[in-house]
Design a binder for this molecule. Structure first.
Ligand code: AMP
Length: 545
């Protein structure tokens, strides 16, 4: 028997329609690429999104067409998110930090019809266009007076002129909410990037879970600033979630250094923010230098890679900001887990509470998970057994976009193999030890490179650290710790590092050597690139080998 409920599709346009109508005068603030701070409200954002939607239709953009964006977190990029998906086209957010051949690959693989770009990326796109013959034109996010030299762009269009020709007087069209809304490619440490193509429905369901109290707890009382880029898994969904709840939205543009972020956090009274640890390292360093304070900031979501304990303690103890450690993947829209305590944790001591926060969190409603051994057998959730984490749920991709063969990650029906190794405790908290391919295999046992790194960066003279396994005749692999010293920690030596680690890690985890470098390689999404690091150290011989 069927129910008698209204069958309203869950479309992305409904988010901005809600914000535009019921949170009309709530501010959306952007540190623009041109320089000044731009302010308007959700009502104006919706009107301009509709103007852009009408303009795209005038340009001939059709249902299902992919439109690429190469842009920072700005109000225009938010308008594009809603305009493109709103008419049933697909917002393909492109990570500008991809290598040129990866950029070429994703634009052609996605079959992008138009590119919508920030001023910053004119040269990048001009170099790309000869290798992307099917792109019909390039829309530049700028007003007429700010238009750069676009002579090398194919069919360049000024965004403000384009939308000024439209009224914004339209109703968002209705269609099947299983239609594609957004496309995001993984940064691809091996092989070509792979596309995750999200549906309207999957995005809305993800949004509803994301705003809940045990995840981001977003509300109309928040001033929310996604620092995580809109080209990295839709800024973890924050541009959607803020519209759903009608919070103030603060967009940092392209200046993600500690000083710029600090100014926005305090100036815009930001209560909620989210980004990868690298960003917070820069912020905390800046605040230490200037004696900064964060009186308004209530919580910060840290994910994308493991959040070091020292960073958590600094946020919480020194600045009174609650850290929400979260885990997710491009393939998961991206949220899988968030770390908030349960009722039974109310009486934990401060130290025990931070111990618990080292976990990347527990599953959001909507995501189910399990760990499996190498043969694919399910392991117990006892907090001890570690295996590959597999996930299933309505906002997890069923397969990659437009590749002929089923990806190995989807070998088991109904489950996605994350490639992450973890233990799951009886309360559902996941304890990630590594990426399957980064784990250090010593004498048949696994050493967690993530744990080693997290302990190492607790040393005041260590800015960043990476652990990799190097060949060893007796143990198969042994860890090498590669360290970047802080500015004032240049006298730090190997013995200091090993001395610091002693007692904090298992004896047999102790790195066989420590190498000092000026910089560690990172991927396009700001993660440590172990692949490049291993290549760099491939001829390195451990003193114990
Ligand atoms: P991406 O698709 O670029 O967002 O990368 C997803 C991967 O980032 C995951 O598979 C993990 O390996 C890693 N990751 C994300 N969040 C965390 C976390 N909290 N702790 C450790 N690794 C993480």
């Amino acid at each position: 028997m069927l129910a008698k409920m209204m069958d309203r599709p869950l479309l992305i346009s409904s988010l901005i329609a809600h914000a535009g109508k019921w949170h009309a005068d709530t501010e959306v603030v952007t540190k623009t690429i041109e320089g000044p701070v731009h302010r308007y409200d959700w009502a104006a954002a919706e009107v301009r999104a509709k103007q852009f939607a009408q303009a795209l239709q005038r340009l001939g953009v059709k249902f299902g067409d992919r439109i690429g964006t190469l842009a920072w977190n700005t109000y225009r990029h938010v308008e594009a998110y809603y305009a493109i998906a709103g008419i049933g086209a697909v917002t393909h957010t492109i990570n500008p930090r991809l290598f040129p051949d990866q950029l070429e690959y994703v634009v052609n693989h996605a079959d992008d019809q138009y590119l919508v770009i920030d001023l910053t990326f004119v040269d990048l796109v001009a170099d790309l266009l000869p290798k992307a013959p099917k792109v019909k034109g390039v829309i530049v996010f700028a007003g007429k007076d700010d238009m750069p030299d676009v002579s090398r762009l194919r069919n360049p269009i000024c965004y403000e002129e384009l939308i000024a020709a439209e009224t914004g007087d339209m109703d968002w069209p209705s269609f099947d909410d299983n239609s594609a809304a957004a496309l995001c490619y993984t940064s691809g440490t091996t092989g070509n990037p792979k596309g995750a193509i999200y549906a309207h429905k999957s995005t809305i369901v993800h949004t509803l879970s994301q705003i809940a109290p045990d995840c981001m707890a977003l509300s109309a009382r928040d001033s929310a600033m996604p620092v995580v880029p809109m080209f990295h898994v839709n800024a973890w969904g924050v541009p959607y979630a803020t519209a759903a709840v009608g919070s103030k939205l603060v967009l940092p543009g392209r200046d993600l250094d500690g000083k710029s972020i600090y100014e926005l956090l305090t100036g815009e009274k930001v209560t909620f923010t989210a980004a990868v640890p690298t960003i917070w390292m820069m912020l905390l360093a800046h605040m230490k230098e200037v004696g900064g304070k964060l009186p308004d900031l209530d919580r910060v979501v840290i994910g994308g890679s493991a959040c070091p304990r020292a960073m958590m303690e600094t946020f919480q103890n020194d600045y009174g900001v609650n850290v929400i450690h979260a885990w997710g993947m491009t393939e998961m829209s991206p949220l899988g887990t968030a770390n908030t305590p349960k009722r039974k944790h109310a009486d934990l001591s401060d130290t025990a509470a931070v111990d618990l926060q080292q976990s990347a969190g527990r599953p959001l409603y909507g995501v189910d998970m399990k760990i499996v051994d190498e043969a694919g057998a399910t392991l117990p959730n006892d907090g001890e057994a570690t295996g590959e984490l597999k996930v299933t749920g309505p906002w997890i991709i069923a397969d990659y976009f437009n590749i002929p063969e089923k990806a190995p990650a989807h070998a088991e029906d109904g489950w996605f193999g994350t490639g992450d190794v973890c233990a799951i405790d009886p309360d559902g908290y996941i304890w990630i030890t590594d990426r399957l391919k980064d784990v250090i295999k010593s004498g048949g046992e696994w050493i967690s490179s993530i744990d080693l790194e997290n302990v190492a960066v607790g040393h005041p003279k260590i800015a960043e650290a990476a652990a990799i396994g190097l060949p060893h005749p007796k143990w198969d692999e042994r860890p090498l710790l590669v360290v970047v010293r802080t500015k004032d920690g240049q006298d730090l030596g190997k013995d200091d590092v090993l001395g610091y680690l002693e007692g904090k890690i298992a004896k047999w985890w102790m790195p066989d050597d420590v190498a000092f470098v000026d910089e560690l390689p990172h991927t396009a999404t700001g993660k440590l690139s172990k692949l490049q690091l291993r290549a760099r150290f491939k001829d390195y011989v451990l003193p114990t080998a």
